[in-house]
Design a protein. Sequence first.
Length: 116
Amino acid sequence: QVQLVESGGGLVQAGGSLRLSCAASGLTTSTYTMAWFRQAPGKEHEFVARVNWGHGTTYYAEPVKGRFTIARDNAKNTMYLQMNSLQPEDTAMYYCNFRSWVYNYWGQGIQVTVSS
């Protein structure tokens, strides 16, 4: 059974940092593209960052470029999102996503709240 478990969220003041983790079990992460998405109250689900399988090429949404860094550790079956210079508009539920050609898995989500 595949399971993705996020951790590292919480409450932080504007300008602060958090590091999210997404630990996977039941699959081999090296063959999956990994991504983070978020959804703020009253807003649509949006892409945050992605790291591809293979070469590990990374992509970021414009609002987080230069502030967030996505990384993967296939040996630990874990993906990370280092979030720096957090702003109140980063407040959202953050979800990790592991996707292959055949499968698409989501974590349960973790809350990140940035106070002004």
